[in-house]
Design a protein around this ligand. Structure first.
Ligand code: ADP
Length: 427
């Protein structure tokens, strides 16, 4: 017993027993009584320590004889472990919170491929729920490629697979093996990315296709022109014929450049007022000069509303819509470009009585190179970019292109502009 207080008590008991024993002549009994008192004291202290161990952990307070001193070391170890556990729990919570905000599905698998834990995105993307914890992932997501990917001995390339729940959704899975015990599976939705890649491939294919036709014509002419065996007058006549395919390539490149510029440039300062009436007249004069098949074009400017924007760009909208109206109307049919008041603003509209467009094409007309009838349209000389350009210009001016059309009745292409001070309600 090293505790000083406990030593003092023991010494006091022995001295008291010695004095009482010497005085009474019963030294043995006195020592025996002292021993009984000492054992009773120890027992009381021991009981206190025992009770202390049964209660929630509190620092041991020193008793008479240092039994609590014995408890102090385990208390310190337990306390340290508790702090460590608290720290680890806080870190785990942080990791858990991070996994929750990740838009990709994160699933941790145990040694037999059973789900150990998963985040919210895994629940959404793979339609899992907490009840699936402990079940094999391959028994729930039953895509054969995905199952093979999970069971493969090692992970090499990410797996692209169609969602078993939605045929339109494309997913990409990655696997990270943590020893042989654990696997981390990451799954993300790449539908939009895939669509973008396909659009890019289609775009390149379309541009090449559009350029190939005039280039083939130019090549053919050049071959004939450089062939000395051909008569001079034929060779000379071909020079004039080069003009049409060259123009076609030029307008395609111009439209592509304009579209790229419109798509990539930041929204501009639109504080320049445009007088719409003169702009419509100018557009009318421009297409009138290009017309080969005569259509009667009328300009109806009834609204005095002035809009802010770039005249050059809105002029190009009018020219594009008028050119299309001419291009897709039989000769002699009337076309009207108008600027009229509507509730809260004004409407710019080009209406024709042409071939019209079937309902199912309407929502795709502003896609680059989308044409209703590829062969027919190309022979009409368009680049397939006109309406895409119109859409972008209107978007920059806070408006949107709307289309109404009926086969063999005609089409209306229109866009509404808010009055500078009023909210547009009836568009
Ligand atoms: P294009 O250069 O081929 O005219 P656009 O982007 O201007 O390209 O138009 C896309 C397609 O929309 C056209 O190919 C045509 O099929 C259809 N279209 C556009 N305007 C009209 C219209 N006024 N009447 C009928 N079809 C039209």
């Amino acid at each position: 017993m090293n505790h000083p207080q406990s030593k003092t008590i023991l010494v006091c008991l022995l001295v008291a027993a010695a004095i009482v024993g010497a005085a009474s002549g019963y030294l043995g009994w006195a020592l025996f009584a002292a021993a009984i008192i000492w054992i009773a004291l120890q027992n009381r202290e021991f009981n206190k320590v025992q009770k202390w161990t049964e209660r929630p952990l509190t620092p041991p307070k020193n008793g008479l004889d240092g039994w609590f001193e014995l408890a102090y070391e385990p208390y310190r170890v337990i306390q340290k472990e508790r702090e460590r556990t608290k720290d680890i729990t806080a870190r785990l919570r942080q990791i858990y919170d991070l996994a929750e905000v990740i838009p990709d599905a994160v699933i941790i698998l145990g040694p037999n491929g059973e789900i150990d834990s998963l985040n919210s995105s895994a629940k959404k993307l793979l339609r899992l729920n907490d009840r699936d914890i402990g079940l094999g992932l391959s028994t729930i997501v039953r895509n054969p490629d995905f199952v093979a990917f999970l069971n493969a001995s090692s992970f090499t390339d990410p797996l692209e697979f169609t969602s078993p729940f939605d045929q339109e959704q494309i997913m990409e899975a990655r696997r990270f093996d943590v020893g042989i015990e654990r696997k981390v599976i990451l799954v993300r939705d790449i539908t939009a990315l895939n669509r973008l890649l396909t659009m890019r491939q289609n775009f390149v294919a379309n541009v090449s296709h559009e350029l190939r036709t005039p280039l083939t014509v130019v090549n053919g002419y050049l071959e004939t022109m450089t062939d000395n065996e051909q008569p001079d007058d034929l060779r000379l006549s071909l020079i004039a014929k080069l003009d049409s395919p060259m123009r076609r390539m030029q307008s395609l490149v111009d439209d592509l450049l304009l579209l790229t510029q419109l798509e990539s440039s930041a929204p501009m300062d639109m504080e320049v007022p445009i007088e719409v009436g003169p702009m419509l007249q100018n557009a009318f004069l421009e297409v009138q000069g290009l017309q080969t098949a005569e259509n009667q074009i009328t300009v109806r400017c009834e609204s005095a509303m002035v809009i802010n924007g770039l005249t050059k760009e809105l002029h190009s909208v009018c020219v594009n819509l008028l050119t299309n109206a001419i291009r897709y109307s039989p000769a002699g049919k009337a076309i009207e470009i108008s600027w009229v008041d509507i509730d809260g603003g004004a409407r710019l509209q080009v209406a024709d009585q042409g071939f019209g467009i079937a309902e199912e094409h309407l929502h795709r007309l502003t896609e680059r190179f989308y044409r209703v009838d590829m062969s027919g349209s190309r022979s009409r000389g368009g680049t397939g970019l006109g309406l895409a350009i119109v859409k972008h210009i209107l978007r920059r001016h806070g408006s949107a292109l709307k289309i109404q059309s009926k086969i063999n009745v005609g089409s209306k292409f229109y866009c509404d502009f808010k009055h500078p001070d009023t909210a547009l309600t009836g568009a």
